[in-house]
Design a protein around this ligand. Structure first.
Ligand code: FUL
Length: 475
């Protein structure tokens, strides 16, 4: 017997309801699956319910996070003024002087382009804090911005609230300015103090973002981060926030910065493979990209990518902003692969999003709205025939329609089970394959050549448990 669902990291509050089930039942999910597959479980049976219960499921916060689909990343700080990507912590705070800073513009552009959240780099690796902190003098308080009384985090949060966007904050553990960095207990205390300020002064925070970067060379200072402590601390201050890092605990990095989630993408992972942020290696990267169908915790992947080559604004990249079509494609390779898109749009030294970026975002929204203008399956007749953990969902249209996007969905509130699927269309009376893939999860989107169909059929060729609440839309 394997007890697969013990809480990880000793977080008192591992809020994933599914994580404790197996241990209480005394059966691992693998055992349950084996039993279920052998028995050819009937939908609705007691064993079926047990199988479904044994799988990890999202918390309310993870579910809401995923359903938001689009978040905007804002990289802003001293690098914006030095034209660098990684500052060394020796910058003079006097260089931070955004003359026309307008977080309201960031938030308006984000909302109008369909984003539902924003994440700001409150502190990047250079250690410069965008809020007036008591933990260091390396902050906005030592800059000319607002006459030394400015607070970019406050302006950001206020702007998010005005536009009804959720608030996310990035606080880099790697700190190239702090004199106590490398003196592990002292720096861990300081980092927790910074988190306390960020998570108690500004009201509800929905996402706390921990990057895994650490570029210290062989002669650099080695800092042992106390991750379990950081995570417990965030959980105690903002219990509704999801925490992002390579190792979650709530949402994981997708394993690249190109904007591409795994073609196979499970929201469950084996936490032992990526226990802390910043690890490398094939097994780690595979776990981040693909997840693990037998994983014991729910930790969906977030896909972060920049609209420009760099994360921070560089005038030399004004001609290298991703096109409208690139951005639409990013939506399909992230949201359309059971992930969430965190798209970075860096403000200029003026403190505004650049007009080229703004135009591209508007263009992306126009294109997405056109693609998803009408759900062709609304009013269609749906029938679902299940057999064990496989099944067929047939959607018969009232009249034939030209389909360009296929949109399969699992009810992830109940977990993720589909391992292999195909989608066919009835074209001139004959079933024709239109798409095939592995996982579905929250949403699996396919763009296809426009095809006139009178019906669609989603076949689940392999599942880990019977799929309940599966759906298929088309646009
Ligand atoms: C990485 C950082 O090193 C980059 O500068 C950027 O912030 C990216 C989102 O995360 O770890």
């Amino acid at each position: 017997m394997r007890y697969a669902f013990t809480a990880t990291w000793g977080l008192e509050d591992n809020r994933s309801p599914g994580t404790h089930m197996g241990a209480r039942d005394g059966l691992s999910r693998r055992d349950l699956l084996r039993l279920g597959l052998a028995a050819g479980v009937a939908p609705g049976s007691a064993l079926n319910r047990l199988l479904a219960q044994g799988r990890p499921r999202p918390t309310a916060a993870q579910l809401a996070w995923q359903r938001d689909e689009l978040a905007m990343f804002i990289h802003f700080g001293v690098n914006t003024f030095t034209d660098r990507e990684w500052g060394d912590g020796k910058e003079d705070p006097a260089i931070f002087n955004p003359a026309r800073l307008d977080a309201g513009q960031w938030a308006r552009v984000a909302r109008e382009a369909g984003f539902r959240a924003m994440v700001l780099t409150a502190k990047h690796h250079d250690g410069f804090c965008l809020w007036p902190t008591a933990t260091t003098r390396h902050s906005v308080a030592a800059s000319p911005f607002g006459g030394g009384r400015g607070d970019v985090v406050r302006e950001f949060v206020n702007a998010c609230r005005r536009e009804n966007l959720k608030v996310g904050l990035y606080c880099s553990p790697w700190d190239r300015n702090s004199p106590v960095y490398g003196d592990s207990p002292r720096y861990n205390d300081l980092f927790c103090d910074q988190l306390t300020e960020l998570l108690t002064r500004y009201g509800p925070v929905h996402e706390v973002w921990f990057d895994g970067a650490n570029g210290e060379g062989p002669n650099g200072r080695r800092q042992e981060y106390d991750w379990p402590r950081f995570w417990r601390h965030v959980r105690s201050l903002q219990p509704e926030a999801v925490m992002f890092s390579d190792a979650g605990p709530d949402v994981r990095w997708i394993g690249n910065e190109r904007g591409v989630a795994g073609d196979t993408n499970w929201s469950t992972v084996d936490p032992a493979v990526v226990p802390v942020p910043g690890m490398s290696g094939d097994a780690v990267m595979r776990m981040l990209q693909d997840g693990d169908p037998n994983g014991s915790v729910w930790r969906p992947g977030e896909t972060d990518v920049s609209i420009r080559p760099g994360w921070f604004y560089h005038p030399a990249e004004d001609a290298r902003v991703k096109s409208e079509e690139d951005l639409v494609e990013l939506y399909f390779t992230s949201v359309g692969r059971n992930s969430k898109l965190l798209l970075n749009v860096p403000p200029t030294p003026d403190g505004l999003l650049h007009e080229v970026d703004v135009a591209r975002l508007r263009g992306m929204r126009r294109r997405l709205d056109a693609l998803f203008a009408a759900d062709l399956t609304s009013g269609a007749a749906r029938s679902w025939r299940a057999s064990g953990s496989t099944g067929v969902l047939e959607v018969t249209f009232r009249r034939p329609a030209r389909v360009t996007v296929l949109d399969a969905r699992e009810d992830i509130a109940r977990g993720q089970v589909v391992a292999r699927h195909t989608i066919e269309g009835r074209v001139n009376g004959a079933w024709t394959e239109l798409a095939r893939g592995t996982t579905i999860g929250y949403r699996r989107l396919y763009r296809i050549a426009p095809t006139e169909v009178s019906a669609l059929r989603l076949t689940i060729a392999e599942g880990l448990a019977p799929a309940e609440g599966l759906n298929l839309h088309s646009w």
